[in-house]
Ligand binder design. Sequence first.
Ligand code: F6R
Length: 366
Amino acid sequence: EKGGYDHFMLKEIFEQPQTIFDSLRGRLDAKNGTLTLGGIREYAEVLSNANRIVIVACGTSWHAGLVAEYIIEEVCRIPVEVEYASEFRYRNPVIGQGDVIIAVSQSGETADTLVAIEAAKEKGAIILGICNVVGSSIARASHAGAYTHAGPEIGVASTKAFTAQLAVLTLVALKVATEKGSINEQRFQYLLNELEAVPEKVATALQLNDQIKAIAEKYKDARDFLYLGRGYNFPVALEGALKLKEISYIHAEGYPAAEMKHGPIALVDENLPVVFVATKDSYYEKIVSNIQEIKARKGKVIAIVTEGDETIPAMADDVIVVPEADELVAPMISVIPLQLLAYYIGVLKGFDVDKPRNLAKSVTVE
Ligand code: F6R
């Protein structure tokens, strides 16, 4: 049932070229320049007229929501807030007609997310569910939605559900953008092509497996890790840190790279590995200076970079090269080495990576 893999987590990491493809299939037609999302067809206009969009989720799904915030604001020009479901539901949030809530959940059963959308629905908001489990409570409580087609996720740490969420959230953003007319035809077509190319680039990133295993061996005894990224890759840094914590029980923090100077930089010494998600995008020059700041304090830099980059490899201790992609879709690719890194460190430390201690696959208690 693990298909020849040692763990479900590894199997699910390796399934991602297929699960991303499945989440795009029948929806994205790059050749004809069209995008169909049956589940939100009736609400596409409401969405494009939204005053604001609030994304509610927990954990890894919340990280997918953060990437979506950047994408939706960029292509739809609608203000987006991303909320931890637990905080949103308890603070009597200001919600009303014209607000659209997007709930993101693999299981569709997370109690806080479910109660958050039920409360928002009562106040007149339109609810869109992005769930993986068909017929789940969150899917049923939503007015409309689009499923991720990641298939059953058995490993407790979420991997393939995350990239499927990113694929579907990008489709939703692009659909709303065309409806609204906030994206030009050329950029739209370009992004459709970029999305279509993601599964293959993820497959290429998976070939880094052996290299990542070696990096895991080198850093597995570190006490702490810092993960840094900017822009679309900032949530990827958060996700990398979460994966490491869950699977290897190493303390890890994700931060926006520039925010490092406001505190975490105090932790940097020759024993601290700092993982930079530093692919070529509009933030690139800025992240290069952040890497210099870490090197000046003797931190160990593990950098995820785009093919062809020569600047960062000259500065970093370890370099992980991923295929080039537009910054909007890059997180689906740059997260792959981070999933593998957490997996191999956990395995090398002898932990049960499919069932990390204290964690449950779906959190149905508040
Ligand atoms: C992380 C993880 C959790 C879930 C969170 C939300 O690897 O698995 O953080 O992402 O509990 O779960 P769903 O997406 O089912 O609502």
